[in-house]
Design a protein around this ligand. Structure first.
Ligand code: SF4
Ligand code: SF3
Length: 549
C-alpha cells in the first residue's frame, strides 16, 4: 500500500517505524503534508536569512519569531489545523520573497531549491504537489536522513523553548541565527555523516543556551521556584483549566480572571507554575487538575469548564468538550476557537472567562496534594542537607527520570521502576514523565522528598545545574563520576533537545525509553552507543540490578 504520509518524529510512531496512513497522535495525512511543506519553506527562509547574515545584513526579530513559531507549530500534538498551517506557509513564502530581494546576485545564485520555490501558482493543489516531494523520505541515504531529522527535531524543541522566552520579551540573536543556519545545513548535500554528527552536538550546545534563556526569562519574571504543595482537588466555583508550558499566558489569564468568581487550575505541564512565587498571590489559582496530557479526553470531559491549550500536547477532542477547548500560540485544532496575540501584546481571554461563568464547577477526580519546586535555587538552598545525606550514605544515588509521559502500556515500566527503587535512591525529575509516579507515596530521606520535581521539561536545565553543582562540591573532574544515573522517558521533540543538551554537557550512559527513536538509523544509533553509551530500557528487574546492584 502506498504511504499517504510519513512521520516518525515521536516515540509513539506506528510500529516504532513511521506513521504512514494517519498519525497515532490523530494527525491526518493532509495536515502532515502541510507540516512537511511548512518545514520545507522554513528551511528555505532560513537559507535566505543565513545568507543575509553572511553579507552583514540584519535579520529582524519578527523573522526570527516566524521561524521558531513555524517549527513549534509542527511539534507533535501542537497543531492539527491544516488551514492554519497553510496560512503559515503563505506568510513564510511572502517574507522569504521580500528578504531574497536584499541579497546580492552572487548569494542568490547559491540558494538551495527550498529557498527558490515560490509557491507555484499559490493554489492549494500546488502546495500539495510540492509537499508530496519534500517530506522526510526525500533524503534517500538512511544515515544522512536520520541525522537531518535528529537535528531538525532538536531544533523544533529548541524553538519551542525560545518561543516561551520570547513571550517574556527575552531574545538571543545567536540562538536564532544558529537555528536558521542549522536548518539550512540540513539541506546541504555536501555535508557528510561526520559533519552532521558535529552539527548534532552543536545543536545540543544551543539547547543548553535555549533552556538557560528560558530559565532566566521565567525566573526574572516570576521568581525562583520554591517548595510547594499543590492541591489536586477542586473548589466550588466554575474553573478554567490551562495546559501547556507558556507561563506568560497563565499570567494574563490569572490577571483577567481576578475577581470574576472563576478559578484557574493547571493541567499537565502547567503544574510547575504553582512553584513560582509570583503566581501564589492569586487566591483563585486553585490547584492542578488531572494528569499527563494523554489522559485529557477523560479528564477534560469531567472538568466541565473551558480548557486553554497554550502549547502541545493537544489530543483531538471529544465532542463532549470540543466547544470548551481553546487554543493559542502555536496550537490549533479545526473547529476549536483560537486566541491570537502578537509579541508583547496582552491576549484577550474574556470570551473564555464568559464561557466559564456559565459552566458548572469541575467534578472532583482526585484529592490531596503533590509537592514540587526543586529547581536549581531551591536545591542549592538545601545543598548542605543533600551533600550531608550523600556523604553519610543516607542517599546512595540519584536517578534522573525526567522527560515525557505517553499513552503506551509499556510506560507502566516507569511507575513500577519508581515504586521498586531502593529506599536510599532519590528521583530527580522534570517534564510530564513525573505523572507516572508523582502521586505514589515514596516518602523522604531525612526530610528530603524522594521525588524532587524541578518543573517543566525545559527545567531539565535545573537538573543539569544541580549535577554541575554537586560535581563542584565533591571536587570531581567528570559529571559521570557523580552518583547519578539517567533513565529518561521521551515522547516528543522537546525531549530530543533535552537529550542533545545532556550529551553536549558530557553526560554518558543515558537510558532512553520506552523505545529508542525510530528516526535513529542503525549506524547513527551505533555512533550514540559508542560515543555516549546511550541505551534503551530492559525489564524493571534487570534495570534495577544494572543501576543499583
Ligand atoms: Fe505519528 Fe508521532 Fe508523527 Fe503523530 S507525531 S504522525 S504519532 S510519528
Ligand atoms: Fe509532556 Fe507533551 Fe513532552 Fe514538556 S506535555 S514534556 S509530552
Amino acid at each position: 500500500m502506498e504511504n499517504k504520509m510519513f512521520c516518525y518524529q515521536c516515540q509513539e510512531t506506528a510500529g516504532c517505524k513511521g506513521c504512514t496512513m494517519s498519525g497515532v497522535c490523530g494527525k491526518k495525512p493532509e495536515v502532515a503534508a502541510m507540516q512537511d511543506l511548512l518545514i520545507y519553506v522554513t528551511k528555505g527562509l532560513s537559507a535566505v536569512t543565513t545568507a543575509l547574515r553572511k553579507e552583514g545584513k540584519e535579520v529582524t526579530r519578527d523573522i526570527n519569531h516566524l521561524v521558531t513559531l513555524n517549527l513549534f507549530t509542527t511539534i507533535t500534538n501542537a497543531n492539527f489545523d491544516r488551514q492554519a498551517v497553510m496560512d503559515a506557509v503563505r506568510r513564510t513564502l511572502a517574507e522569504k520573497e521580500k528578504l531574497t530581494g536584499q541579497l546580492s546576485e552572487e548569494a542568490k545564485a547559491d540558494l538551495p531549491e527550498a529557498a527558490i520555490w515560490d509557491g507555484g501558482d499559490g493554489s492549494e493543489a500546488a502546495f500539495d504537489t510540492k509537499a508530496a516531494a519534500v517530506g522526510v523520505l526525500a533524503t534517500k541515504d538512511e544515515d544522512i536522513r536520520s541525522l537531518r531529522e535528529l537535528i531538525t527535531y532538536g531544533l523544533k524543541g529548541l524553538a519551542a523553548y525560545t518561543k516561551h522566552a520570547n513571550a517574556l520579551l527575552q531574545d538571543k540573536e545567536e540562538i536564532d541565527a544558529f537555528i536558521q543556519s542549522a536548518l539550512a545545513k540540513t539541506m546541504d548535500d555536501s555535508l557528510t555523516v561526520d559533519d552532521l554528527v558535529a552539527l548534532t552536538m552543536e545543536t545540543g550546545k544551543y539547547g543548553v543556551d535555549g533552556m538557560a534563556l528560558l530559565d532566566k526569562a521565567n525566573t526574572e519574571a516570576y521568581g525562583n521556584p520554591e517548595i510547594t504543595a499543590v492541591d489536586i482537588g477542586v473548589r466550588k466555583n466554575p474553573g478554567i483549566l490551562i495546559s501547556g508550558h507558556d507561563l506568560r499566558d497563565l499570567e494574563m489569564l490569572l490577571k483577567q480572571t481576578a475577581g470574576t468568581g472563576v478559578d484557574v487550575y493547571t493541567h499537565s505541564e502547567m503544574l510547575p507554575a504553582h512553584y513560582y512565587p509570583a503566581f501564589k498571590k492569586y487566591p483563585h489559582f486553585a490547584g492542578n487538575y488531572g494528569n499527563a496530557w494523554w489522559k485529557q479526553k477523560e479528564e477534560f470531559d469531567k472538568f466541565n469548564g473551558p480548557i486553554l491549550m497554550t502549547t502541545n500536547c493537544v489530543v483531538p477532542p471529544a465532542d463532549s468538550y470540543k466547544d470548551r477547548l481553546w487554543t493559542t500560540g502555536a496550537t490549533g485544532f479545526p473547529g476549536c476557537r483560537h486566541i491570537d496575540g502578537a509579541y508583547g501584546e496582552t491576549k484577550d481571554f474574556s470570551a473564555i472567562i464568559e464561557q466559564a461563568k456559565a459552566c458548572p464547577a469541575p467534578t472532583q477526580i482526585e484529592t490531596g496534594t503533590i509537592t514540587g519546586g526543586f529547581a536549581h535555587e531551591q536545591v542549592f538552598a538545601l545543598a548542605d542537607k543533600v551533600v550531608e545525606a550523600v556523604k553519610s550514605g543516607a542517599i546512595r544515588k540519584f536517578v534522573v527520570m525526567a522527560g515525557c509521559d505517553g499513552r503506551q502500556k509499556s510506560r507502566d515500566y516507569y511507575a513500577e521502576f519508581a515504586r521498586r527503587l531502593p529506599q536510599d535512591v532519590v528521583i530527580l525529575t522534570a517534564g510530564c514523565a513525573k505523572y507516572k509516579y508523582n502521586k505514589l507515596d515514596l516518602g523522604d530521606i531525612g526530610g528530603i522528598p524522594r521525588v524532587l520535581d524541578a518543573g517543566q521539561c525545559n527545567d531539565s536545565y535545573s537538573l543539569a545545574l544541580v549535577a554541575l553543582k554537586l560535581k563542584e562540591v565533591f571536587r570531581l573532574d567528570d559529571v559521570n563520576d557523580l552518583p547519578i544515573v539517567y533513565n529518561i522517558a521521551w515522547y516528543e521533540q522537546k525531549a530530543v533537545i533535552v537529550l542533545l543538551a545532556l550529551l553536549y554537557l558530557g553526560v554518558k550512559n543515558i537510558h532512553l525509553g520506552p523505545t529508542l527513536p525510530a528516526f535513529l538509523s542503525p549506524n547513527v544509533t551505533n555512533v550514540l552507543v559508542k560515543n555516549f553509551g546511550i541505551a534503551g530500557i530492559g525489564t524493571v528487574d534487570d534495570d534495577l540490578k544494572l543501576f543499583f546492584g
